[in-house]
Ligand binder design. Structure first.
Ligand SMILES: Nc1ncnc2c1ncn2[C@@H]1O[C@H](COP(=O)(O)OP(=O)(O)OP(=O)(O)O)[C@@H](O)[C@H]1O
Ligand SMILES: [Mg+2]
Length: 416
């Protein structure tokens, strides 16, 4: 399965490139002259798309849910292939990447606090210890405990209820009062394993105080403990009980001081969870008239094609910067142009079987449909309810958003 290792070319092991950041890493590796290897499970590897298989110099087949075995297998593989860097492409696997890099003596994140980048309970503790602004919260195991916390008034209303370990807004609800609490705790506590690798999850539930305001993401590439901020991206979500991300746009349309405040806060969050040589994707909300508050951070590249939006708007390749950081090089993060890009998702208005999805072809935009006719889609309560997206590029962010809005308004989703 391995192609011959070309001496002189740097090799990077990606722990599971099957994910949204995979294509961006593949493109960046080609630009930087880096060979990419993957570590994955046999069953997951069987489902790799042909473009991904073609892009890899080799694959280490292991069992990622079995940490001890995966570390042994990957260490042996990396030594045999003279791997010079380790990258994680899947949030739940970021602690494994930190441990692997440490074993190999390669640039990586602090393995002792890497869990804080995947587990929101450990993350809250790390934020508290480092003084990173984050919502007040409590950990519960049952709805009864949740009612006790809510009745104490400590977190106020509305309350945000979420799983300790999950992504894609799965199981996250914003609850207005005690009536919604039982269902929200049940929804957040239902995850015990994460597919496709069957990784065991902490199924405890977090209650957080609700942070009002606009939402942004800011990524940070860190090299030898020094944070290099990346462009700030505005995030749109649904309102109400479920907060599904509906779009991302860059630049964020903020004054320079607020941009810097968001980038500084994101960098502190990244360092607090042990990111030392790598990248972090941080989500913040900015209350009206207030300072940024961190909702979460992950030691990985962003999902939702944010890499594409940032590169189209600024020329900065987050994937390049990440590969540079994990191979011990100073990352290139200086913008090379000033333009704008906006991505909007297409959501059905209810659950059902997809009959038809049509996204019009408009100059300055490109789109992708994520589902096939006959496929069942859930109600849009998390990111799995999105059926397609459009990306618009323009000179200004207002124009990019206008174009993307128009395409979504003219799109059709029929479910039965
Ligand atoms: N404490 C909070 N206050 C206000 N809104 C919140 C809070 N926590 C979460 N949210 C909203 O819910 C969304 C999803 O929450 P969170 O980011 O914690 O979950 P996730 O599943 O890790 O998300 P992702 O979709 O980024 O993987 C956030 O983007 C935000 O809009
Ligand atoms: Mg999030």
């Amino acid at each position: 399965m391995d192609s011959s290792d070309e001496p002189g070319m740097t090799g990077v092991m990606v722990i599971e490139p099957m994910g949204n950041a995979g294509p961006f890493l593949v493109k960046a590796a080609a630009r930087l002259g880096i060979r990419l290897y993957a570590a994955t499970d046999e069953r997951v590897h069987a489902g790799y798309e042909p473009w991904l298989t073609r892009s890899l110099a080799g694959v280490c087949l292991t069992e990622l849910a079995d940490t001890a075995r995966a570390l042994d297998d990957m260490e042996a593989y990396c030594r045999a292939h003279r791997i010079a860097g380790v990258a994680a492409c899947w949030e739940l696997l970021t602690p494994l990447a930190a441990s692997l890099a440490a074993r190999l003596g390669l640039p990586g994140n602090d393995p002792l606090c890497a869990k804080a980048a995947r587990n929101k309970i450990a993350m809250a503790e790390a934020f508290r210890a480092a003084g990173v602004p984050a919502p007040a919260q409590a950990v519960v195991a049952t709805a009864e405990q949740a009612h006790d916390v809510a009745a104490s008034g400590r977190l106020g209303w509305p309350l945000v209820v979420k799983p300790a370990e999950q992504g894609g807004s799965w199981g996250v609800s914003v609850v207005a009062g005690p009536d919604g609490l039982d269902a929200a705790v049940a929804a957040a506590g239902r995850f015990t394993r994460a597919e496709p690798h069957g990784l065991p999850l902490d199924s405890r539930v977090l209650l957080q105080s609700y942070v009002p305001g606009e939402e942004f993401s800011a990524d940070t590439v860190v090299h030898e403990g020094v944070p290099h901020p990346l462009p700030v991206v505005r995030k749109d979500t649904t309102a109400g009980t479920y907060r599904v991300e509906t779009g991302h746009s860059c630049p964020a349309g903020l004054d320079p001081r607020t941009v810097r405040a968001i980038q500084d806060t994101a960098a502190r969050a990244a360092l607090a969870v042990g990111v030392r040589n790598g990248v972090a994707h941080t989500e913040v909300k900015v209350p009206p008239g207030g300072e940024p508050i961190v909702i979460e951070t992950g030691a990985r590249l962003p999902g939702d094609n944010i890499c594409e939006i940032v590169e189209a708007a600024t020329g900065v390749s987050e994937a390049n910067a990440y590969l540079q950081a994990v191979t011990g090089q100073v990352p290139h993060t200086a913008p090379t142009h000033e333009a704008a890009a906006a991505l909007l998702f297409l959501l059905p208005d209810r659950a059902g079987v997809v009959e038809e999805v049509v996204i019009p072809d408009v100059p300055g935009t490109h789109s992708q449909i994520h589902v096939r006719p006959g496929q069942r889609v859930p109600e849009p309560a998390d990111s799995s309810g999105r059926v397609g997206h459009v990306v618009a590029r323009a000179a200004s962010v207002d124009e990019a958003r206008r174009l993307a809005d128009q395409v979504i308004a003219d799109s059709r989703v029929k479910v039965s």
